[in-house]
Design a protein around this ligand. Structure first.
Ligand code: HAM
Length: 421
């Protein structure tokens, strides 16, 4: 028996209501803030991620799904959504439009991680990006959207962690100071951090291992090293968040797992226990588009993991609307009734009434059992006598009342959808 590959899963019909709920809220939010949908391919040139997310991050070093196609081109399954959006922005000349260009996406991302609750090898992200403007008001908008999105879903147990990691001018000085600090204690660091110290020192700050925590606690703070422009930008973001009453916590050790960030970085943390706590993350990436060959183009964005949102919705027992289902089940007895049932189902669907028609030659009892398990509101039963009279029995499956009804009156009656008396 084949099984879904480890770290991937099927989204069964009973789960789909959650997905539709989240996706509709996402589209609604983006419409409200003027972000337009963009769909990029599932795979890209592997260099797109290798260059932008950058070596020294787990994502590029250990987690990318890379392969060669038959022409020998090196490809990678989409590991995250930001680099593909930037690629599309450049490829389609979106920089010629009035800036900023605001885009959003919903789709799968692939990372070879150790699967556990809330961490998968295929997960789905809803993300949005505002490209072409350095205004701190955009950072605020992106954070505000994240907060409003979670609230609109009915999630309230979360916090927003905020930091600034400076720019290409001020960050190097901080990294020097950080390396200096860690070098003193290098022998106590975990093996991963020993590598980080050489390849990606910023990531030292969010190591969860106890031996590295104490070194991180006394590390210099990046915010003491920001240049005046980055400092002013960060102040502005904080002031405007306060002005809008959007709660946030400064977290000087927040650095994010991808390498393209500059200035603002933020994460939304769930306070629910037992799931992966990062509901989403984002920030500014003012150098990424230039890195891909474009002009210097500041940009900011955010992405959230849909599976994690759904886990939290379930834990918080949030009520979500059920998916629409067919209103009636059409059962029949005998060959002539089978043909009449088929014609009736066709006519009803043509006027927009969703029905399920029995198939095969099950007993009436078996057909009604099926109607019950599909929880349609009504069953329509056609037997030999009904064919002769051009009628059907309309049964209310909720109160079990039933009556004979001319076939021509079934559509208007179902449209009214009242309980039978
Ligand atoms: P990220 O933090 O790597 O950021 O991923 C965003 C979110 O996707 C995470 O906070 C988490 O909710 C979810 N996620 C990530 N990996 C997994 C996984 N293996 N299983 C389940 N969920 C996962 C980015 O990808 C950036 N592109 C975000 C961004 C957009 N920055 C600027 N714009």
């Amino acid at each position: 028996m084949y099984k879904a590959v480890r770290g991937t899963s099927d989204i069964l019909p009973q789960e789909q209501a959650y997905w539709k709920y989240v996706e509709e809220k996402a589209a609604c939010l983006c419409q409200l803030y003027g972000y337009q949908p963009l769909t990029t391919p599932i795979f890209e040139d592997s260099q797109l991620f290798a260059r932008t997310v950058a070596g020294g991050t787990d994502l590029v070093d250990k987690e990318m799904y890379t392969f060669e196609d038959r022409s020998g081109q090196k490809l990678a399954l989409r590991a995250e959504g930001t680099a593909p959006v930037c690629r599309a922005y450049l490829e389609h000349g979106l920089f010629n439009l009035p800036q900023p260009v605001k885009l959003y996406y919903i789709g799968p991302a692939f990372r070879y991680e150790r699967p556990q609750a809330g961490r998968y090898r295929q997960h789905h992200q809803f993300g949005y990006e505002a490209l072409g403007d350095a205004d701190p008001a955009l950072d605020v908008e992106v954070i505000e959207m994240a907060q409003q999105f979670l609230l609109s879903l009915g999630l309230s147990e979360f916090s927003i962690q905020l930091n600034s990691i400076g720019c290409r001018f001020c960050q190097p000085k901080y990294i020097e100071a950080l390396k200096q600090h860690y070098s003193n204690d290098a022998t106590y660091l975990c093996p991963d951090c020993k590598v980080r110290l050489l390849r990606n020192p910023l990531r030292l700050l969010d190591c969860k291992k106890a031996s590295c925590q104490s070194v991180a606690e006394t590390a210099p703070k990046i915010t003491d090293y920001l240049c005046p422009e980055c400092q002013a930008h960060f102040q502005n973001v904080q002031q405007n968040l306060e002005m809008l009453n959007i709660p946030f916590q400064l977290n000087y050790r927040l650095v994010r797992g991808l390498d393209y960030y500059t200035r603002t970085v933020f994460e939304v943390e769930s306070q629910e226990e037992g799931t992966q706590s990062a509901l989403g993350g984002g920030g500014r990436y003012d150098d990424l588009i230039a890195q891909l060959g474009g002009k210097h183009t500041p940009a900011v964005g955010f992405a959230t993991g849909i599976e994690r949102l759904i886990l939290n919705l379930k834990r918080q027992k949030t009520k979500i609307p059920a998916l629409p289902k067919p209103i009636a089940f059409i059962a029949y007895l005998g060959e002539e009734a089978r043909i009449e049932a088929m014609k009736l189902a066709f006519r009803l669907r043509q006027v927009g009434i969703a029905v399920i028609k029995a198939t095969g030659d099950k007993s009436l009892k078996g057909q009604l059992r099926q109607a019950n398990s599909l929880s349609t509101n009504y069953a329509i039963i056609i037997g030999e006598e009904e064919v002769r009279n051009q009628t059907a029995v309309l049964r209310d499956m909720i109160n079990n009342k039933q009556r004979a009804i001319p076939l021509t009156e079934i559509a208007p009656s179902l449209k009214q959808s009242k309980p039978l008396e």
